[in-house]
Design a protein around this ligand. Structure first.
Ligand code: AMP
Ligand code: MG
Length: 393
């Protein structure tokens, strides 16, 4: 199968979306979920003309005169008296301003006289009133569908009384690690064995992307075993991710087993580094990724291809956060024929440093990575001080 460019690969993947349905969750559990319906406010906010300071409410024309205090208005209490000429009401932050008053002067700008009357001692004053509906009006759309909800949305949902939120169902993603050399992390690897890191890394990436990961275990490099686990995964998930077995080795038969299981492979070579053997196919029941076994490749290709797909399936408006920053040191590579995605760290002085990275199996290099930069094919080096776009990971 022919090698394609990364831009074609992402286009193919995003075109293959299987949309998810929706479900209802408590607003308290909504961060990280994708909103399925617009949220409208059932009230004005603030719902009344609200004092924003502790002080005295009066008509601004009265500021020059001594004022009789006719009422004390605590937050949550409805004012009874509308102060007349020569009068004011003591008022607390968050309380409703009485009718007829257009200013609240701060307690810090007041003096209570022997007569019991209060005097404004400032030179000028803001009105210190947040008018009814200043922040939100009844019927306003406060959060749009498609938003990946954040913690900041919880207080908005709370204030408009939306305690049950309709969100997109999370795509179910099965993870299969292939390789006869693999043992699980709790085991001590024998000679010629390594611990399965990809499976657990992917489950964490899936969780962060707001999807539901299911771990299917290790498939040894045995066609029948791999076939059986793929069949099971296909019938139980929206996306199946395998790692390993997609290169050119004698035991790299994931693509052929996928085809036998009815997967239509749409690409199996991408002109990208790391992650050239990245494979993608569609099946009537699920979408399938065969990611390279090399951990850095699997990590990067998940971020670049799978994560955007997850959000697209949930009809989510998510875009990766990207920051333009300068290179702290120069970077160069041997061969510029592939588009490269390089893990980088952001230094304390806000500059970009490619992480020390000696190959796509170098998993500990990623520990320092804050983002990824793209180096287009044809570009061999980036100079110190040059601007690059860092995509947050
Ligand atoms: P493969 O694509 O199967 O040829 O694997 C490429 C490299 O990645 C080999 O060195 C594998 O041992 C390693 N590898 C494959 N799967 C995993 C995994 N699940 N965890 C850690 N390393 C892996
Ligand atoms: Mg392998």
């Amino acid at each position: 199968m022919k090698m394609i460019e990364f831009s074609e690969a992402i286009e193919i993947v995003l075109k293959s979306v299987i949309p998810t349905g929706s479900e209802t969750v408590s607003f308290a559990d909504s961060p990280g979920r994708v909103l399925a319906k617009d949220i409208f406010s059932d009230i004005n906010m603030p719902p009344f003309n609200k004092a924003t300071v502790d002080g005295f409410a009066c008509h601004s024309e009265e500021l020059g005169s001594d004022m009789e205090i006719v009422e004390t208005i605590a937050a949550g209490r409805i004012p009874i008296i509308s102060p007349a000429s020569g009068q004011c009401s003591r008022i607390m932050t968050g309380a409703a301003v009485p009718p007829g008053c257009d200013i609240v002067f701060m307690v810090e700008h007041s003096l209570i006289q022997a007569s019991g009357k209060v005097k404004f001692t400032g030179t000028s004053s803001k009105d210190n009133i947040s008018p009814l509906g200043e922040d939100i009006k009844t019927g306003d759309c406060v959060i749009k569908r498609g938003r990946l909800l954040k913690i900041q949305d919880v207080p908005v949902l709370a204030s408009v009384g939306c305690t049950l939120v309709e969100v997109k169902k999370m795509p179910v993603i099965s993870v299969i690690s292939t390789g006869s050399e693999l043992v699980e992390p709790e085991e001590k690897p024998g000679i010629a064995q390594i611990r399965n890191s990809n499976g657990w890394q992917l489950l964490s990436q899936i969780k962060r992307a707001g999807a539901m990961g299911r771990y299917m275990g290790i498939a040894h490099d045995d066609k029948e075993e791999t076939f059986n686990i793929i069949e099971k995964a296909l019938s139980e998930s929206d996306i199946v991710i395998l790692t390993g077995g997609v290169s050119m080795g004698d035991f790299d038969f994931v693509p052929s087993v996928l085809e036998k299981a009815g997967v239509n492979i749409l690409f199996s070579r991408v002109n990208v580094q790391p992650g050239k053997p990245t494979t993608f196919g569609i099946h009537p029941k699920a979408l399938v990724f065969g990611l390279p076994g090399n951990p850095v490749s699997a990590f990067v290709q998940f971020e670049l291809l799978v994560r955007p797909l997850i959000y697209r399936m949930m009809d989510c408006s998510w875009k990766p956060l990207t920051f333009p920053l300068r290179m702290k040191e120069s970077y160069s590579r041997r061969s510029p024929d592939r588009q490269a995605f390089i893990p980088v760290s952001i230094t304390d002085d806000g500059m970009v440093l490619p992480v020390e990275y000696h190959g796509s199996a170098h998993i500990s290099s990623l520990v320092d990575a804050d983002g990824i930069i793209a180096v287009p094919s044809g570009i061999k080096s980036i100079e110190k001080g040059e601007m690059v776009d860092v995509r947050q990971i």
